[in-house]
Design a protein around this ligand. Structure first.
Ligand code: FES
Ligand code: FES
Length: 186
């Protein structure tokens, strides 16, 4: 049994400790907002936060996240009130959308540690997030916009209204008495 915090709720998963976090999110918890792209930490589609820092969940074994605080795209406000979410909407950033949850999680992590990033800061923070649709100019503009408008309001308030589906795998268990409404299906 592996215990960790998922979107501010305690959670326990009965799974192989070597299973990557991305598999647990998508296949055991039905939290499909985090995407599978390459599976080898090269594209950023699977980006989530561990203790506030962006990680590639496709290569992060469950054993490594025991006791950690994990935040996924489902942990962002459901009303899109986070400055990055607002800027993404204002700038119509997504095209096909596949990379965007990873892009957003990297951008949120950037602003949480650097409320006023310059171009180099943005390039450095976002360089590991690949977009096959080439939305990079809109991503950068949105991050700058979010930083300029809302630099003091970049903390995540988890969405309290949405739940994972822990019954999708016979290998998973989910302690609903301790952890309700931890995530969102997407
Ligand atoms: S799927 Fe994890 S970095 Fe590509
Ligand atoms: S919006 Fe299509 S891959 Fe980025």
């Amino acid at each position: 049994m592996i215990s960790f915090t998922l979107n501010d709720k305690p959670i326990k998963i009965d799974a192989d400790p070597n299973m990557p976090l991305l598999w647990a999110l998508r296949d055991l918890l039905d939290m499909t907002g985090t995407k599978y792209g390459c599976g080898i930490a090269q594209c950023g589609a699977c980006t989530v936060h561990m203790d506030g820092s962006p990680i590639r969940s496709c290569v992060m074994p469950l054993a490594t996240i025991a006791g950690k605080k994990i935040t996924t795209i489902e942990g962002l406000p459901s009303d899109a009130s986070h400055p990055i979410q607002q800027a993404w909407l204002d700038h119509n950033v997504p095209q096909c959308g596949y990379c965007q949850s990873g892009q957003i999680m990297s951008a949120v992590a950037l602003l949480s540690t650097n409320p006023s990033p310059n171009d180099a800061d943005i390039d450095n923070a976002m360089q590991g997030n690949i977009c096959r649709c080439g939305t990079y100019p809109r991503i950068k503009a949105a991050i700058k916009d979010a930083a300029s408008k809302n630099s003091a309001n970049t903390t995540i308030t988890p969405n309290p209204t949405i739940s994972p589906n822990p019954t999708s795998s016979p290998n998973s268990t989910f302690d609903f008495s301790l952890a309700k409404n931890v995530g969102e299906q997407a």
